[in-house]
Ligand binder design. Structure first.
Ligand code: HEM
Length: 693
């Protein structure tokens, strides 16, 4: 029976007998219905789903509370629960408590890390090139079905990067049979609502679902079996499948079994194609509707990628498409492809000071409405404005006001993958084409598991050199440039062989990459350099030379290869040892003090600030410099240093990878400079005039 408002004071729309609010939502657009209800009922309301309450939250201050992972965890319920028919206990559909979730999470952080992105970059370019080639060859009267082509792009990209399989979508009229099965299955899953008698009229659909799932599983199992058979030949394959077959979970020492690998592959195909294609389609829509934004986007593309369309964009060039990234983030705000996610309280909770939620209540965070909360986004939250994602605007905003990738440890593992793939595709499209809004399309969202524009078609025309009038010359490497990090150079200065130990803590590879680059730089400048993970030096920091530490923090915890080191730092032992060493700075992982978000960059306080007195009195020659990097959730490097002291303020300023680093500590100003242009690198420290190198 539909209940009275038993969750009062949480508002509640009228209900019908037996089904409650089950039929109140239009089954073809449930999320948009919910967003409309949120406008009427406010930042929190609940629906009666045949007796079970479903609480919908869209106010940013309430979402801030719901983002606390100590109080709330992901809830695999509703349609997501039914997706387990395809994705089993793969990352997306597993409960956090299932052993395979943490095992796969630990193993897959690496193949979704920044370093891995660099190795996928050529495959991404390969597929994006197929897209633009197709568009180049269209006749003037031919329209482009944007969602179709974006789906082809994203599917083929995840197929190639994920398990070295070519769906060849640009060479077929229809999608690959696997994709047909996947789409049909997801449609059926979305139609099932658990209504009385539903099984009767869904019989055929359910039979087809079983057949489709069997077909998909067979195909993926064959790919895995084939790879196992030819393991040696595939040794150099740097795809996700390779990482899953060889990866070991450091916590348990276990590997993923083949059934779970199959579920992960199905998961990547589901999670990886509809979402990113929705993002790309909405972005193209926004560009067409905002000529001023489009103009700035063209300017950036012309400046970064240049006019030569035969040159393939390098990894670094794509990372320099910062305005395009702002546009993508704004598109994710207005049309988040995953428009809602589910959580539930781990125990009875009260949020907003008055809304009581019983343990396990199903709560939906309605991202679509959260992203238009006028108290965060201003009086006109529906307006498309990439300046919402300027550095300053992002820093000033509450962290949990923008959640297109979900929350905390259950946030999207493919975020970095999607953002790189999308920036590359938009970059390559704008480098070549003028976009034409041939039908004066107005956004109409189609809902499946995701949202995307329905019936959106455009035409394109090649850009000419005249169109590229704003081009001002390439500022970066050309296609010939390697997409990987620069190789170590031969020494350019006579070696003074000062020992330098460069330590890193890194899950996703960003901190490791920075450490490697600085180690290379130091080597070039005559240091005798050693590079290692932090855990290799627990309790044995050298007493001669310098130590540099690069460490990310991940959802408030140290990276896997720094856990022992951080534990050691927290024990009494190191304080005795560190007292013997001069610190220019070091870091601790202290979520309570430094946490800015559960999924993004965080600030960390310099430990030497707390040990200021000790530091100044110390006379031993070991120097520890630290650079903090943020790589949580695969986000691009966003170094933020804050050194604070009760006695004096310290500040360190540095740019993205490899630029000037300078700072102040109680021994004076220290500074490192990378003078790439002159082919010479200098690491210098102004410490009572003492130069290290
Ligand atoms: C614009 C593109 C994307 C968006 C908007 C997006 C959004 C999301 C969201 C909201 C979640 C959390 C869902 C929840 O809490 O129930 C999620 C999780 C996930 N996504 Fe994505 N996603 C995108 C692209 C990708 C890609 C390209 C991949 C893989 C290739 C991927 C793989 C996953 C996986 C495996 C999870 C589950 C993570 C876990 O729980 O451990 N996603 N995504």
């Amino acid at each position: 029976m539909a209940s009275t408002n038993r969750l009062s004071p949480i508002p509640h729309p009228p209900t019908k007998p037996v089904v409650g609010n089950m039929l109140s939502l239009d089954s073809t657009a449930p999320v948009q219905n919910l967003a409309r209800l949120a406008k009427e009922l406010g930042p929190i309301f609940w629906l009666d789903m045949m007796g079970a309450p479903l609480v919908i939250v869209s106010g940013h201050d309430l979402v801030e509370e719901l983002s606390d992972e100590k109080r709330f965890d992901k809830a695999v319920r509703g349609p997501l629960r039914r997706v387990r028919a395809i994705a089993g206990d793969g990352l997306f559909t597993a409960n956090t408590s299932e052993p395979n979730w943490s095992k796969a999470h630990n193993i897959l952080l690496q193949p979704f890390g920044n370093r891995a992105m660099q190795s996928y970059h050529p495959s991404m370019v390969d597929i994006a090139d197929q897209l633009v080639k197709k568009w180049e060859r269209l006749n003037a009267d031919e329209e482009i079905d944007v969602v179709h082509d974006m789906t082809a792009l994203t599917l083929d990209t995840i197929g190639l990067c994920g398990f070295d399989y070519r769906f060849n979508s640009f060479y077929r009229r229809d999608y690959h049979p696997f994709v047909e099965s996947l789409v049909r299955s997801l449609e059926t899953i979305m139609m099932i609502r658990g209504l009385p008698m539903e099984n009767l009229w869904m019989q055929k659909r359910r039979r087809d679902l079983a057949g489709d799932v069997a077909f998909m599983n067979k195909m993926v199992d064959e790919i895995v079996a084939e790879r196992r058979k030819n393991a040696e030949a595939a040794e150099d394959k740097k795809d996700m499948l390779g990482a899953m077959m060889t990866g070991v979970d450091r916590a348990t020492g276990e590997q993923l079994d083949d059934v779970n690998i199959r579920y992960q592959i199905n998961t990547f195909l589901i999670a990886g194609h509809e979402t990113t294609s929705g993002l790309l389609s909405c972005t193209l829509y926004a560009l067409l509707k905002h000529p001023d934004v489009l103009k700035k986007a063209y300017e950036e593309v012309d400046r970064v990628l240049g006019p030569d369309i035969d040159a393939k964009p390098s990894y670094q060039q794509v990372t320099q498409l910062t305005y395009i990234t702002q546009i993508l983030k704004e598109a994710l705000r207005l049309w988040p492809p995953a428009p809602a996610y589910g959580i539930s309280p781990l125990k009875d909770e009260t949020i907003g000071g008055k809304y009581k939620l019983k343990k396990n209540t199903f709560v939906t965070v309605l991202v679509l409405a959260l992203h238009r909360d006028a108290s965060v986004w201003g009086p006109n939250p529906d307006a498309f404005d990439p300046e919402n994602f300027s550095r300053e605007a992002e820093a000033a905003r509450p962290v949990n006001a923008w959640k297109p990738f979900g929350n905390g440890q259950r946030a999207c593992i493919g975020r970095g993958f999607a953002m790189h793939e999308a920036a590359l595709a938009i970059g390559m499209i704008l480098q070549r084409f003028k976009l034409i809004d041939v039908n004066r399309y107005q956004m109409h969202l189609k809902e499946t598991l995701t949202i995307k524009p329905d019936g959106f078609k455009i035409k394109v025309r090649p850009r000419t050199d005249r169109d590229r009038g704003a081009y001002t010359g390439r500022t970066t490497t050309t296609a010939a440039a390697s997409s990987a990090a620069p190789a170590p150079r031969a020494r350019t200065r006579p070696g003074h062989n000062t020992p330098l130990l460069v330590l890193y803590g890194s899950n996703l590879g960003t901190a490791e990459e920075l450490a490697t680059r600085v180690a290379d730089l130091a080597e070039v400048n005559g240091f005798s350099t050693k590079l290692a993970p932090l855990d290799d030096f627990v309790g044995k920091l050298p007493e001669q030379g310098g130590v540099l530490i690069f460490c990310a923090s991940y959802n408030g915890a140290p990276p896997d290869n720094a856990t022992q080191f951080v534990k050691w730092l927290g024990s009494d032992l190191p304080s005795v040892r560190l007292r013997q060493q001069r610190l220019a700075g070091d870091l601790s992982v202290d979520p309570a003090l430094h946490r800015r978000s559960t999924g993004g960059a965080r600030r960390q306080q310099c430990l030497c600030a707390r040990r200021g007195r000790r530091t100044r009195r110390s006379r031993r020659p070991v120097r520890i410099l630290v650079r903090e990097t943020a790589s949580a959730g695969g986000e691009a490097i966003r170094p933020r240093h804050q050194f604070r002291s009760q006695r004096r303020r310290r500040a360190a300023v540095h740019d993205r990878a490899g630029g000037a680093i300078s700072g102040q500590c109680d021994r004076g100003t220290w500074r490192r400079r990378a003078d790439e242009g002159a082919g010479q690198h200098r690491i210098a420290e102004q410490d009572r005039g003492q130069r290290l190198g």
